[in-house]
Design a protein around this ligand. Structure first.
Ligand SMILES: Nc1ncnc2c1ncn2[C@@H]1O[C@H](COP(=O)(O)OP(=O)(O)O)[C@@H](O)[C@H]1O
Ligand SMILES: [Mg+2]
Length: 423
């Protein structure tokens, strides 16, 4: 039987439909009005028509029942109106087709109603507003039986949600499909409408909604733009350890607070950050042991200036204690936080960061921000001190330590020049 559906996919939608057929898991980060909901509903309809399983079951999940009902349900009815003998259940938002297949619209408001069902395929629309528990505890088990597929589609909403986690995961997993569509690249929304949206929303929200920016709404973000750029240039990717180069480390050391370590390799002009480690309330032997266990061949360790402080319990400097454990530190110069941040901004464009080993570090980079002081209507001068501070301090150690090397080299050159040598 030949059935027609009144849907002609746009170029980008057609591409996605093809890729969804090839991949079990996909993450689609697309701007507002891209045509996400229309595309997802039509993909489910197509799957219903093509799937050969006994009683195929598919689901569309929206954050709330009213979102599912207001938008997706109308699309579903519209696009299936040409199919014979379709039964629509208005209260359950369920649609049964002539061939025994079914699409149900569900919402993450009542996960218990979804528990225990099986699914051949599922799409999560506006996935950044869908709870982690729903996806991990309900949807994944539901697709396990029939090896069903799952697609998460959304505009970003910051970094503390399942969509961002899955976005990072999709960057690492070779067999996942990751797609990103910014309005400035698709030309699907006309310029007048975009300009109007920009005026109403302001830059941060606009970048989130139309330019797929995960940092768009982290107010006062310090490295936000640079990180987006690194991402666009695919520098946040798989950056494996290259055994033909030695590994260096850069530290932020806290004794009551967290200690954070970055592991990196200098490859030509590039800095490959291949690994990271963070822990708290541990003494030096612990970190020395971690370094040993990593099994890298080390060259240099850069530490912050407070390594020179004398420890009251041992009467020695922390640097000396580290030295006895086999960690010979070079101390980064003491610079103001502002100068340190500047050094990092100069350094980041040279960096490649491993997305597998450095998830926590990457999150910290994105999160690092200055607090907005509502009363004074300005951002505080200092970055907010929170979980993200330690990795960012370690990165400042790296940047200022390397800067120092450059200054030293200039100094060596200068001295050599003064003595009449050329280097
Ligand atoms: N292939 C298509 N052909 C024609 N119109 C489309 C198509 N895809 C989407 N649209 C229209 O574009 C608009 C936005 O679609 P929608 O799926 O709601 O976007 P999103 O969910 O990405 O915000 C709607 O008016 C929809 O009808
Ligand atoms: Mg939508």
């Amino acid at each position: 039987m030949k059935v027609t559906i009144p849907y002609t996919p746009r170029k980008q939608q057609a591409f996605i439909h093809k890729e969804l057929d090839k991949h079990r898991f996909s993450v689609l980060c697309c701007h507002r009005r891209f045509g996400k909901t229309v595309m997802l509903i039509n993909h489910l309809i197509k799957c219903c028509m093509m799937n050969k399983n006994h009683q195929p079951r598919f689901a569309y999940i929206a954050p709330t029942y009213s979102q599912a009902k207001k938008i997706a349900w109308d699309y579903l009815k519209f696009y299936t109106k040409g199919l014979p003998n379709t039964k629509y259940n208005e209260t359950e938002l369920r649609c049964d087709f002539f061939n025994g297949s079914r699409i149900t619209l569900l919402s993450s408001e009542n996960p218990d109603s979804i528990r225990g069902i099986y699914l051949d395929g599922v799409v999560c629309d506006e996935a950044s507003q869908i709870s982690r528990e729903l996806i991990d505890e309900v949807i994944r088990p539901a697709i396990a039986d029939r090896k069903g597929w799952m697609s998460l589609c959304s505009t970003p909403k910051g970094m503390n949600n399942i969509f961002y986690d899955m976005y990072l995961k999709a960057q690492q997993e070779k067999d996942w499909f990751l797609y990103k569509a910014k309005a400035s690249e698709t030309n699907l929304v006309d310029k007048e409408e975009l300009d109007a949206a920009f005026k109403v929303m302001g830059a941060a929200t606009y970048n989130q909604e139309f330019e797929c920016s995960f940092i768009g709404n982290v107010r006062g973000s310090i490295y936000g733009e640079l990180i987006s750029k690194l991402e666009d240039e695919k520098r946040i990717a798989r950056v494996p350890y290259d055994p033909s180069y030695s590994v260096n480390t850069a530290w932020d050391i806290g004794f009551n607070d967290s200690t954070a370590i970055l592991f990196y390799q200098n490859v030509g002009h590039a800095i490959n950050i291949i690994d990271c480690y963070e822990n708290n309330n541990k003494a030096f032997p612990h970190y020395a042991q971690i370094l040993k266990e990593k099994d890298y061949v080390y060259n240099q360790h850069i530490g912050p200036h407070d390594l020179e402080q004398t420890d009251f319990t041992t009467g020695r400097t922390r640097r000396e204690v580290a030295y006895q454990l086999g960690l010979k530190f070079k101390i980064a110069p003491k610079l103001s936080i502002e100068d340190g941040i500047h050094a990092v901004k100069m350094l980041l464009p040279r960096c490649y960061i491993d997305v597998d080993n450095c998830t926590k570090f990457i999150n910290a980079l994105r999160h690092y921000h200055r607090k907005y002081k509502e009363k004074d209507r300005l951002y505080s001068a200092k970055p907010n001190h929170d979980w993200s501070s330690h990795f960012n301090d370690a990165l400042r150690t790296l940047a200022t330590g390397l800067e120092n090397e450059k200054f030293n080299n200039i100094r060596i050159r200068q001295t050599a020049y003064d003595k009449g040598f050329t280097l």
